[in-house]
Design a protein around this ligand. Structure first.
Ligand SMILES: *Cc1c(COP(=O)(O)O)cnc(C)c1O
Length: 405
């Protein structure tokens, strides 16, 4: 896989800042957003970066400087976005299973709000009536996404208000005269098939005449990015053209201008990220050669959590002849990153790089086994800068009440 940060640059920051280390490339994030801008019609589309994929404020600042809006999954993410300087109207807060108090807080901050349960919608109506335009997340009962763990729109999913409860939804809307401005559907992650988004447009088509105040159709996120060499992601040009067609025709049919919103997380930052680890131990066992590295599922859980694939290179010996390795972590769990992977020949002390580490990598990291969370570095204009430091031993103790000895 071609890296836009060179092996030399990766080796240099791994040596300077130590491993394990997350490294990001600002220009890649900006170019991903530019690619969306150039393929979606600017007059009827807005893009909101789903920041739960990577929330470091320096990354949010890159996204903001690119001109992109931001989608938040918690009130604290919304506060981080405000901290970085996003205007409230450019912040979207999509809640699920949150307390009504958190929704009130979002209203107080003045951000766009999507509600995903009849219970919270009822409380919202009772408190705000028609005063605050709001979005409702509906669950279309569509099976989509890379696998069940990352599929969110199917008929057993916890997300959204099931389309089968339309009568109840309408009754609550009417009772409080709620100004429903947005219909929202997010069916899952790693959706390669453009027709899934068009299926969402078909669901919107069945709802629009019952929601005369709706002027935004929010299609969620979930664009697939390539993980394996030569793999293809979502065809953004095709998606942009199809969505433009759908929005234009729905706007005409219902006699009001409609805008499409999208909430890509992975698409924006996955490929901008590199995770570097050092090989501590080589161990032979029968046919298997284990490469034991200085990290584990505490720092990159996706392979164990979702069976996700991360391409691995040996940046200490990138041109070497390949051998088969099982790449395993140092945590007391079976944290295997790759079972039988061709990698240029490894020596102890070599640096390995995991690609596609920008989204849901550091963000899901923990201190399991009382290990330090890695540092993060951002390359911009060819210059590397530290954007969060590695933990220290004091950090491990910092929240704990001292022993009285
Ligand atoms: C997680 C999430 C996204 C982003 O998903 P990606 O696969 O990273 O693009 C967008 N919208 C909502 C509501 C989400 O929960």
């Amino acid at each position: 896989m071609k890296s836009s940060i060179s092996y030399e640059q990766l080796n240099a920051v791994a040596t300077e800042y130590g491993t394990p280390l997350y490294v990001y490339h600002a220009e890649k994030i900006t170019s991903q957003y530019q690619n969306l801008l150039s393929n979606f019609s600017p007059k009827n589309t807005r893009i909101f970066y789903a920041c739960k994929s990577l929330t470091n404020i320096h990354i949010l600042d890159v996204v903001k400087r690119a001109g992109c809006n931001i989608d938040c999954s918690s009130i604290n993410e919304a506060k981080l976005a405000l901290h970085v300087g996003f205007a409230p109207e450019n912040i979207l807060y999509t809640s699920n299973s949150v307390s009504f108090e958190e929704i009130c807080e979002a209203v107080n901050l003045g951000v766009n709000v999507n509600i995903d349960s009849l219970s919270n919608l009822e409380k919202f109506g009772a408190k705000f009536g028609s005063n605050y335009p709001v979005g409702v997340r509906v669950r279309p009962n569509i099976m989509a996404g890379g696998n069940l763990k990352i599929s969110t729109g199917h008929d057993k999913s916890k997300f959204g208000i099931p389309v089968t409860q339309l009568v109840e939804l309408k009754a609550i809307q009417a009772k409080y005269n709620i100004n429903i401005a947005t219909l929202h559907i997010h069916t899952g992650s790693e959706i390669k098939d453009v027709s899934v988004f068009i299926q969402s447009a078909d669901v919107f088509d069945t709802l629009l005449d019952q929601f005369p105040t709706v002027n935004v159709l929010d299609f969620g996120g979930g664009f697939k990015v390539p993980y394996q060499p030569n793999e293809k992601g979502t065809d953004i040009a095709l998606l942009g053209a199809e969505v433009d067609k759908a929005i234009t025709s729905l706007s005409e049919k219902y006699g009001r201008p409609l805008t499409a919103w999208f909430e890509p997380g992975k698409y924006m930052v996955s490929e901008s990220g590199y995770f570097i680890a050092k090989v501590n131990v080589l161990k032979k066992s029968g046919d298997i050669e284990f490469a034991g590295i200085d990290t584990g599922l505490n720092h990159l859980i996706r392979p164990m959590f979702y069976d996700s694939y991360h391409h691995i290179d040996n940046i200490s010996n990138p041109m070497g002849a390949t051998k088969q390795y099982a790449v395993v972590g140092n945590i007391c769990e079976t944290d295997t990153f790759a079972w039988d992977r061709a990698i240029p020949e490894i020596k102890e002390g070599d640096f390995l790089v995991f690609y596609n580490a920008g989204a849901y990598g550091y963000e899901m990291a923990s201190n399991y086994n009382a290990r330090y969370k890695p540092a993060q570095v951002l390359f911009e204009n060819g210059v590397a800068k530290l954007i969060s430091r590695r933990d220290t031993f004091e950090d491990l103790l910092s929240l704990q009440v001292p022993l009285n000895k």
